[in-house]
Design a protein around this ligand. Structure first.
Ligand code: G3P
Ligand code: CA
Length: 314
C-alpha cells in the first residue's frame, strides 16, 4: 500500500502545478486505444465479420459499428445511409436508402463483392456474398470477447434508435461492463442522440464526434458543453493539435481522432498526446504501439479508470 507520506507528497506536488497540468493523466496511463475502423477495413470489406475478425487478430482493442436502421426498426451495421456504394444484389433491395428497406430485403444484399472490385490486390473469394450484419448478430458473435465502439448514424431520421440500441446492450448484458470498463463506447456526431442515450442510461460512456469541417478552435469552443455529458471526443485527425489535446484533457475528455492509416501520422498523434485512434489498419497501429501496449479489455478498463480518476481529481 502506498504510504500516507508518499500520498501527501504527490498531493503537494500536484497542488504546485498549474490546474491544466494537474488534470493531465499520469504517464503510466498514457496508453493509446487501437480502434478498428469498420473493422480492419483497409484489408477486408467494412462492417463484415471477416473485417472484425481480422481487426481483433491484428490487435484492435475495439471494433467499430456504424448503425443504420431498417424500415422495420432493426439496427443494421453499415456506414452509408444508402446502399449503393457497398451493396450488390437485386436493385429493388440493394439500392437507395437503408431506412426504406426491411431486414429481409437487406439480407439479400452482398456487401463483399464491391471490395473485391475496388481493391483487387486484397480481393478474396470468401468475401463474395457477405451479408449486412445486424447489431444483434455482431453482439451474438463476439459477446464479451471484445470492446464495441458504436456510432448512431442519422439518428434524427430513425425512430427510437437509441432505445433499440440500449435494449440490445441490455440483452447481451453489456450495460454494466460499458459503464464500468468501457466495454462499449457510444459515439455520434449528434449531441441530441448522445443526450437521448444518456437520458435512458446515464452511466453509458459517450464520445462526441466532430465533422472535418470543424477546426481545433471551433472544437475547443464546444468542449465545456461536451464535458457535461461525454467522456471523450472524436475529431478528424486534421483538426488535432497540442492545444486541442490539452483543452480536452483539461476537461477530462479523452481524444480519439479518425481515421489514421499511416504509421508516421500515428506516431505524430501519439506524440501530441491522443488517447486512441480509429484506423483501417489495426496491425500498423499495433506495431507502432509496440510490445508494451496493454491490449483489449485491460486497455479499455485502464482508459475508463484514468478518465474517472481525472474527473474525481478535478
Ligand atoms: O466514427 C469515427 C469515424 O468513423 C467518423 O467518420 O464517416 O467513418 O463514420 P465515419
Ligand atoms: Ca464511424
Amino acid at each position: 500500500m502506498r504510504s500516507l507520506f508518499a500520498g501527501a507528497a504527490i498531493v503537494a506536488a500536484l497542488l504546485a502545478l498549474p490546474a491544466a497540468a494537474a488534470a493531465k493523466r499520469a504517464p503510466a496511463d498514457e496508453q493509446v486505444l487501437n480502434i478498428g475502423h469498420r473493422g480492419a477495413s483497409g484489408l477486408a470489406p467494412e462492417h463484415t465479420f471477416p473485417s472484425y475478425d481480422l481487426a481483433l487478430k491484428q490487435g484492435a482493442d475495439y471494433i467499430e459499428q456504424d448503425l443504420q436502421q431498417a424500415s422495420d426498426g432493426t439496427l443494421v451495421v453499415i456506414h452509408d445511409a444508402t446502399l449503393d456504394r457497398t451493396a450488390r444484389g437485386p436493385v429493388e433491395n440493394c439500392t437507395g436508402l437503408v431506412s426504406d428497406k426491411t431486414l429481409e430485403q437487406l439480407k439479400t444484399c452482398d456487401v463483399g463483392s464491391w471490395f473485391n472490385e475496388r481493391y483487387p490486390e486484397n480481393a478474396r473469394e470468401e468475401y463474395v456474398g457477405l451479408e449486412i450484419p445486424t447489431l444483434d448478430e455482431v453482439l451474438a458473435r463476439y459477446r464479451k470477447r471484445t470492446n464495441y465502439y458504436i456510432e448512431t448514424k442519422n439518428p434524427e431520421d430513425a425512430d427510437r434508435m437509441e432505445e433499440r440500441l440500449i435494449t440490445l446492450l441490455d440483452e447481451y448484458k453489456l450495460l454494466r461492463p460499458a459503464a464500468d470498463r468501457w466495454q462499449v463506447l457510444i459515439q455520434s456526431f449528434s449531441p441530441d442522440s448522445l443526450l437521448r442515450v444518456q437520458a435512458l442510461e446515464p452511466e453509458l460512456p459517450l464520445i462526441q464526434l466532430f465533422f472535418g469541417s470543424e477546426t481545433s478552435e471551433t472544437i475547443q469552443a464546444r468542449l465545456d458543453a461536451v464535458a457535461e455529458y461525454a467522456v471523450g471526443i472524436g475529431p478528424s485527425k486534421a483538426d488535432v493539435d497540442a492545444a486541442l489535446v490539452e483543452a480536452a484533457h483539461e476537461r477530462c475528455l479523452d481524444i480519439h481522432p479518425y481515421t489514421v492509416n499511416e504509421s508516421a501520422e500515428m506516431r505524430d498523434l501519439i506524440d501530441v498526446g491522443v488517447d486512441g485512434m480509429f484506423t483501417n489498419f489495426p496491425a500498423r497501429l499495433d506495431e507502432v504501439l509496440g510490445k508494451d501496449a496493454v491490449g483489449g479489455k485491460h486497455a479499455a478498463k485502464r482508459a475508463a479508470d484514468a478518465q474517472a480518476d481525472c474527473v474525481a481529481g478535478s
